[in-house]
Design a protein around this ligand. Structure first.
Ligand code: ADP
Ligand code: MG
Length: 322
């Protein structure tokens, strides 16, 4: 059963960034308005997420770390069946099976907080001194899966994945204050203010507001909004084009070329625009679940989306100031 749990966990928890994603999504699900993320040793030593959400009552702590991967799955067939049926409730259990996990929590209704620790010695419940909300601490990631740990030799890449994950979640979560501290760079602090441009300034600096132009384009219930760089604001990597569909961060391969084409001669060879773009359309038009972690998006009517993107870029660039 332990092996099966680790195989399942590997599917969900492929990197430190995946842990940040699961923990922050849990905090958002719990209605948090303030989320504090701390990362030590590129996420392998420790990832800590503190929120001021609903909390978990003491009696439910054990349930929270019990996922289908550790309690309900006894064969690989079960696992595959569960996955295609889209079962949820697997993240904390998966994280617990590849790390040393501590959750401290207190719901507003409780007088005292409590904690659960899950590691190679089992599960331990204890009282905890904590304000309302939840703190999840993930230590020693992949300590019991050395093969996986060896896979992450590329420190710069792991760190980049972590900050990209933070950006993906924070920019699209208006009304939630964030703090992101990786113990190396200056911590990023975002206030609760809702505007996307304010979030972008918190992440990329005040000046970003001058270097981008706003974009808004809507056709028949599909809307694209966000910011694209002014002509002089070139980037050296395509990774500075970020895309959310219905507020979920996704990868859409044709996007960078479409955008680059719209700049045409204005964009030097080997350079890329900066962009943060939000597409909103009915959920029935979207399929994001090609693979749980690969976030690649597909559209039911792709032609319509492509032409909307093309029109939006051309209009904004031909009207935009240099
Ligand atoms: P899922 O989010 O799919 O339910 P998880 O394994 O991520 O599965 O979490 C299990 C359960 O633990 C959640 O359903 C929720 O009840 C509880 N939980 C996890 N994180 C938090 C949090 N930060 N605040 C409140 N409850 C939480
Ligand atoms: Mg979850």
């Amino acid at each position: 059963a332990a092996l099966i749990a680790q195989i399942a966990a590997g599917e969900v928890i492929e990197s430190p960034a995946a842990i940040v994603k699961e923990l922050v999504e849990n905090a958002l699900d719990a209605g948090a308005t303030s989320i504090d993320i701390r990362v030590l040793g590129d996420g392998f030593d420790e990832i800590q997420v503190r929120d001021n959400g609903t909390g978990i009552v003491a009696a439910d702590l054990e349930l929270a770390v019990t996922s289908f991967a550790t309690s309900k799955i006894s064969s690989l067939e079960d696992l595959l069946k569960a996955r295609t049926m889209g079962f949820r409730g697997e993240a904390l259990g998966s994280i617990a099976s590849v790390s040393r996990l501590t959750i401290e929590s207190r719901s507003k209704a409780e007088e005292h907080g409590s904690s659960i620790q899950v590691d190679e010695h089992g599960r331990q419940i204890a009282p905890a001194a904590i304000d309302a909300g939840t703190r999840v601490v993930v230590r020693d990631l992949f300590y019991n899966v050395p093969v996986r740990r060896d896979y992450y030799q590329n420190v710069a890449k792991t760190r980049k994945q972590l900050s990209e994950m933070f950006i993906a979640l924070a920019v699209a979560s208006p009304g939630v204050a964030f703090r992101y501290d990786n113990a190396i760079d200056e911590p990023v602090v975002l206030s609760r203010q809702a505007a996307v441009i304010g979030r972008m300034q918190g992440i990329w600096g005040e000046k970003i507001a001058q270097d981008v132009m706003p974009l808004y384009h809507e056709v028949n219930g599909i809307a694209l909004e966000g910011y694209i760089s002014r002509f002089y604001f070139y980037r050296t990597h395509a990774s500075d084009v970020r895309f959310w569909v219905n507020r979920r961060p996704v990868v859409y391969k044709p996007l960078v070329m479409l955008l680059r084409n719209a700049y045409g001669e204005l964009m030097p060879k080997g350079r890329f625009p900066f962009a943060a773009l939000f597409l909103s359309l009915p959920e029935t038009e979207v399929d994001v679940n090609v693979h749980p972690q690969k976030r690649e998006v597909r559209f039911r009517d792709e032609k319509r989306v492509l032409s909307l993107l093309r029109d939006a870029f051309h209009r904004t660039i031909s009207e935009g100031g240099g």
